[in-house]
Design a protein. Sequence first.
Length: 456
Amino acid sequence: MTLLNRITIVLAISALLLITLFFGVTNYIINASFNTYMSENLEKRDADLVDYIENTYQSNGSFSDDVLLNLSHQAMTNNITITIMGQDQTIIWKSSQGMIDGGMMGGMMGGPQKGQYIENSYTVDATNKPTLYVLIGQYESTLLSREDVKFRNSLNNGLIISAVLGIVLATSLGVFLAQNISKPIKNLKEATDRLRYGNLKERVTLDSNTREINDLKDSINYLASTLEEQEQLRKRLTSDVSHELRTPLHALQNQFEAMIDGVFEPTKERIETCNNEVFRLANLVKDLEKLTSLDQTDDKLNKERYPLSEIMLPVIHQFESVVKAKQITIQFEKVNNPDLHIDKDKMTQVMFNLLSNAYDFTEQGGKITVTTRQEQKDAVITVSDTGIGISEQDIKHIFERFYRVEQSRNRETGGAGLGLSIVNSIIQAHNGDINVYSKLNEGTIFTITLPIKHSK
């Protein structure tokens, strides 16, 4: 069942139930009001008749023909029977039965009346006279006058017409609302289908008054942009991996073909060149294996508790002799020296990669600074340099595999674009974060945050 049909059916059923409930309650209230109205009218009518009989009896002590004729007229007009009984329950006078079975109101209502016969008894007490009893009775069907019945039927018919019109209106409104809700969702579905079939440039452009649909549209467009970007990175990754593998393989192929054809002698230097290319391939495969193992699980981390300086100082001392070649100053600032539960070898590799990166992109006479400090429950390590910096466009990709900020410069230094990706994977395996701030021609700052987990 489509969303349009489902919403329409739900709204139509809801409207039907509400209108039916409204009709039932309204009809009940009208009938209850009519019954109260008729009960009060009947009580007043009976009270007037009893007062008339009592006053006449009090004045005359009996009932003249004119009085009885008036009572007969009242009985015929109201379609009731009036019975006057003495103290000994003997009938003194009774209106004609034909008046109630087929009299004036009986003829007006369409023939003899039916239903339960209701009779009320009243006592007539006159001073110094015997007590009399007055019985007033009529059928239920004659409680309402013709006008009363017509008015009530008109109300009920009006309610029925209103209910039918309400159902039709509610159903039409339901269809309209369902279309307004389902149409943008249908457009979103069509857009996601186009994305699924490979059109990653597809974007949703609908404008809805519903905030949730607009949020969904923005999420789909963000997902599409991310997928398109990832697809471009995947293609570039394939190209970079191919290049990194092809370059040493071509060098080996050329060397071996030249030696086989007799162009080059298989000297020790030639063989060492080939060995260097093989070594380069081996290092590339080793780096890929490191990334794969770090992505899969952190169970292989050999974590122990170490002071942070015990990780920093050996790597810094190792680089002090390296940076002299470019007259670069390397400085270590130890604000705090917290103990960390970490894998020493992996964190040493992190520092080695970051310092190598800083050295490669810092020009002669520059400066590299390493600081350690504690901020609440975290240890913070920063590695900053005064190098060439990274552009805003490149900075969001630097932790991706095989990504190179300056491809020609990295190839000269032998980088494959895996160093920072390995750094990021190791930090994440330690439940930490790494962020980078950089400005072109001014330098770069890498900030590592690691949780300090105290021993129990």
